[in-house]
Design a protein around this ligand. Structure first.
Ligand code: 4NP
Length: 163
């Protein structure tokens, strides 16, 4: 039967406490608003283990909540080689994350591995900058970027997949 399996999307950054949780939350909200929660599954992970088990950074949670996106239920986990086999889209926040994922990838991978920002024409910057060591402005900028990339990704999935 068609429509049995959800289309799955994994957002990946370094620590899985700032950028990829915001990308996950923003995309999840757009998916929910489009009525596609039953068709698209969203998750996130980090390439490093520094913050495994932790909720997203307080600054990320606060900035996202101001835009109606609740990150409180998320917990950081590290990306595993198996994720690259299981997810239809594995989307890196920057090129360093992407290189890490490419090194983990198996030839059997059938999904798409690339940069999240590739899904929006609205930003020349194709990497989401790491906001961890900066101030609140950096988190707002990450949200501005991932909102546009999420919209582009949703349009892409609607045009290229049966949802
Ligand atoms: P993220 O940000 O990759 O967007 O989650 C970072 C979080 C933690 C660290 C670096 C980046 N860290 O070095 O602990």
């Amino acid at each position: 039967m068609m429509h049995e399996e959800k289309i799955s999307v994994l957002m990946v950054c370094l620590g899985n406490i700032c950028r990829s949780p915001m990308a996950q939350g923003v995309f999840q909200r757009q998916v929910d608003q489009a009525g596609l929660a039953g068709r698209i599954r969203v998750d996130s992970a980090g390439t490093h283990a520094y913050h495994v088990g932790e909720p997203p950074d307080t600054r990320a949670r606060r900035a996202a909540l101001q835009r109606g996106v609740d990150l409180n239920g998320q917990r950081a986990r590290r990306v595993e080689a198996e994720d690259l086999l299981r997810f239809d889209y594995v989307l890196a926040m920057d090129r360093e994350n992407l290189a890490h994922l490419q090194a983990l990838a198996d030839p059997a991978m059938r999904g798409h591995l690339g940069l999240f920002m590739a899904f929006t024409p609205e930003w020349d910057e194709k990497e989401v900058p790491d906001p961890y060591y900066g101030g609140d402005r950096g988190f707002e900028r990450v949200l501005d970027m991932v909102e546009d990339a999420a919209r582009g990704l949703l349009d892409h999935i609607r045009h290229h997949r049966t949802v």
